[in-house]
Design a protein around this ligand. Structure first.
Ligand code: SF4
Length: 362
């Protein structure tokens, strides 16, 4: 695709801004569902480019943030077993569980290793045949196929000491739960480009069909986001509800069938617990029976402490879009990225972390 010149980009941005201001004659609330969008919006100062009638709120789109304390407590409990090595993406390390975190356990001697791909865990498993290597499989549809491919690779390599602790989650059921609850008015949705590159357009069809909410699949460049806001405001002004795919350069309508096939081989839909949203039917991925020997929860014994929430932390409400980070009395005082109280302040994609880093915005 031919890239635009700087001048063309400026012209297009000015056009989008002008049209948004012209069309937004009444207040509208748009939710960006993805943590990567949240960060991109703050980084580019997009909130400040919009008229006061257009409000952007963040949704439950940061995978680390929506992972509940119970999962972290289970990971902590496994990490305390002498023959276990935990492998994880770095973000999970500092997320507080009920009474500990993986970072705290690491500091007292637990073998917890940061990996950049789930496949790295297989090398660690091969090099440590006397240990059980458990990969913390956290993420949405974007990362789940790689975790599934890792299970298949472990099977092919004959590894008997590799496991996943699955907390994979699916975006569309969470959107349905949010809209059904109706706790916060959402007039339009900005949908995550990378999740959509895997699942395609169809899984979002219900948003317009059943809830009358327009939605746009979009990318992460400032112009992508501004263009998506323009499309949503235009749809709302015209009283139309439809799904638009403005990220066709990356998101084919049918998604990525090869990735979906790998996913479907290893994982099946299951009810899942989300921080702030509770248990949502068929919103998670569980390892299928044929691969159960790779499922840490099914294959290995573990005793987990009773789950406790952090008093004062409003992360759950932030994830539902009903509270802003600044509404939390701990924001920027007792809770900072250096000393996070809740998961929304840990991940770089967390709404509280983005507000703290880039300023509260609007
Ligand atoms: Fe939780 Fe910290 Fe966000 Fe408050 S600022 S909601 S304590 S993560």
């Amino acid at each position: 695709m031919k890239s635009r010149s700087r001048e063309e980009e400026h012209r297009l941005a000015a056009y989008f801004r002008g049209e948004i201001a012209r069309l937004a004659t009444k207040p509208v609330r748009l939710m960006e569902v993805c943590g990567t969008h949240t960060v991109a919006i703050f980084k580019a100062g997009i909130r400040q480019l919009l008229p006061p009638e257009v409000e952007l709120v963040s949704g439950p789109g940061c995978p680390v943030c929506v992972t509940p304390n119970g999962y972290l407590d289970t990971a902590v409990a496994f990490s305390r077993q002498a023959d276990v090595i935990i492998t994880t993406f770095g973000d999970m390390l500092r997320v507080p569980g009920s009474s500990s975190s993986l970072a705290a356990e690491q500091a007292t001697g637990a073998d917890i290793r940061i990996v950049y791909s789930p496949l790295d865990s297989l090398e660690i498993a091969a090099a440590n045949p006397g240990k059980k290597v458990i990969f913390l499989a956290v993420g949405f549809e974007t990362t789940a196929p790689t975790a599934a491919a890792t299970v298949l690779a472990a099977e092919q390599a004959g590894l008997a000491n590799f496991y996943v602790l699955s907390a994979h989650k699916l975006v569309p059921p969470a959107l349905r739960a949010l809209l059904t609850a109706g706790e916060v008015q959402v007039d339009g949705l900005l949908l995550p480009g990378h999740v959509s590159a895997i699942i395609g357009e169809e899984p979002y069809g219900f948003l317009a069909r059943e809830y009358g909410v327009p939605a746009v699949i979009t990318g992460f460049e400032p112009l992508d986001i501004l263009g998506a806001v323009y499309l949503l405001v235009k749809r709302i002004a015209a009283g139309e509800a439809a799904l638009d795919n403005e990220y066709r350069r990356v998101v084919p309508p049918a998604g990525n069938p090869a990735a979906l096939a790998v996913l479907d081989k290893v994982y099946g839909e299951a009810d899942a617990a989300w921080r702030g949203l509770g248990v949502i039917p068929a919103s998670g991925l569980a390892v299928k029976a044929a691969y159960r020997r790779f499922d840490a929860l099914a294959a290995l014994p573990v005793t987990v402490e009773e789950t406790k929430e952090h008093p004062g932390c409003r992360c759950g409400e932030v994830l539902r879009g009903v509270a802003r980070p600044a509404d939390c009395p701990l924001f920027g005082t007792a809770c900072t990225p250096e000393k996070p109280v809740g998961s929304c302040m840990v991940s770089v994609e967390g709404t509280c972390a983005a507000w703290y880093k880039y300023g509260a915005g609007r």
